[in-house]
Design a protein around this ligand. Sequence first.
Ligand code: FES
Length: 105
Amino acid sequence: MYTINVIDTIGDVHVLEFKKFEYRNLMELLVNRLYDEIGDCKGRGLCGTCHIRVHSSHTSMQFFEGLEHNILKNQLEYYPNSRLACQILLDEHVDTMQIEIIGGD
Ligand code: FES
């Protein structure tokens, strides 16, 4: 069992437990456990509503060049640690990560 620390869109902090590949990606975990209204495009990497910031991670969270970067740079708020949650697999690399849900504009 792994854990992730999440600040939701109203600033509440949650510690979520998950099993490897329990959901297809991090966005689906956030939607199913926190009911935050993100993920409009169902994880196709097109809508930007699953925008998160990665505040701490034990692995390097490099940008995927191309589509993810293009979607994020068009967001009103865009940070060096911005990512799309739907593009992050739910595996050991996410364990103990601290993230903040930004959502779409
Ligand atoms: S769910 Fe649409 S970009 Fe991630």
